[in-house]
Write a protein that binds this ligand. Sequence first.
Ligand SMILES: Nc1ncnc2c1ncn2[C@@H]1O[C@H](COP(=O)(O)OP(=O)(O)OP(=O)(O)O)[C@@H](O)[C@H]1O
Ligand SMILES: [Mg+2]
Length: 442
Amino acid sequence: MLVAGFCGGLFWDATPAAISLGALGGGALGLTLWLFWDDWRASLLIDWLRRLQNAPDTPPPSRLSGVWRMTAERLLRLLRQQRQQEKRFSRRLDDIRDALHASPNGVIMLNGAGRIRWLNHSACRHFGLDETRDIAQTVTHLLRDPVFIAYYARRDFSRGITVDSPLATPGRPLRLTVRIYPYGKKSLLILSQDATAIERNEIMRRDFVANVSHELRTPLTVLSGFIETLQTLPIDEDERRDCLARMARHAGRMQNLIGDLLALSRLEASPPPDSGEWTPVRTLFSACAAEARALSAVAAKVSGAAQPHEIVFPSEAELDAEIAGSADELQSAFINLISNAVRYTPLGGRIEIRWTPTLEGGAAFVVQDSGPGIAPEHIPRLTERFYRVDSGRSSESGGTGLGLSIVKHALQRHDARLEIDSAPGAGARFAAIFPAKRIRPI
Ligand SMILES: Nc1ncnc2c1ncn2[C@@H]1O[C@H](COP(=O)(O)OP(=O)(O)OP(=O)(O)O)[C@@H](O)[C@H]1O
Ligand SMILES: [Mg+2]
């Protein structure tokens, strides 16, 4: 451009002063033209940058050249890098958010003013909140439990609290442990955990210990009473024999209780029975038959009754099947059901044991008795530990109330279920129902 100006000067005038003036003028013209051209390129760049906002992949205009093109390409590279980084961050954030949503614990994030910034699905389930509606709401307007309000106001978050969920009903209790953790400048994190099962287990554990102590205390008190009698009182031979017989009965009760407790804990602690071990049903039934007759004979002898129970077993031909699982556990479950029938059916009554195929292709072990039957309100609770319909009568006959919980446990371990049908005065029917996969013909 300077060269063009200089040439212009040459033709315009010939004197040196005129030449330099001409060169200057030409240079100024060239510079102006260059500035216009540069400005035009800058406007191309700005226009392209504007278009980039809506269409991030728009390439730089082909008319852009020189340092402006290099700037545009550099900018494009930087923008691409930034976009990739943003994508990575947003993927990571989504990941963290999804993980927090998957957590069984409730998470609520509060800003410094105590307003909800974010909350996960479990927090909504725990407190009956809504993930979109409740954002930016003041937390104490939504969580109204007085224990929580006091905890929040106290600002001492060194330990947590336990509250009832607002969604809890008598039929569906929901206890929550809640703890607040301060973070950042003034933000707070509320964590909640469903403690219903933990509390229920704790109550069960306490009840269990209380029940065991109670069951052991009764025979122990009686035993120590008799020991004192024997030690201190002058008693004759008949009284001594009577004393010892009673002591033996109570010691037996304690033995039964400990035996049942051990059986229960073995069932709970041991691995599931091997489903590849098959036992002929006939073998189990013959052991059951011997036990049932022996139990009934003892009951008849103790009470001085003329006849034991009428006990009916299926014929051998009806038992041509095998059952998969632990023979010991199955035997113990079957004998428990039979011994209940013998224990609670008056002597002379009828007890029938059957083995019947089920519609689903499995089979059922059924014990039907003609005893006093059970009122409907007791039936759902019979398999609870230590539950007895008539605790006086049951413990008198040596019962600890653990038999049916052992049965239920043993059956569950064999994918089987216990069905109880009974009504007062109509006898009782206990059926252990096995699925098809546990039964095969011989
Ligand atoms: N065939 C039955 N007829 C009537 N009541 C029964 C029968 N079987 C069980 N029950 C009732 O169910 C209760 C629970 O039975 P479960 O076998 O668990 O305990 P238990 O017989 O009292 O003691 P054990 O631990 O010695 O078996 C019994 O106390 C009894 O009241
Ligand atoms: Mg029993």
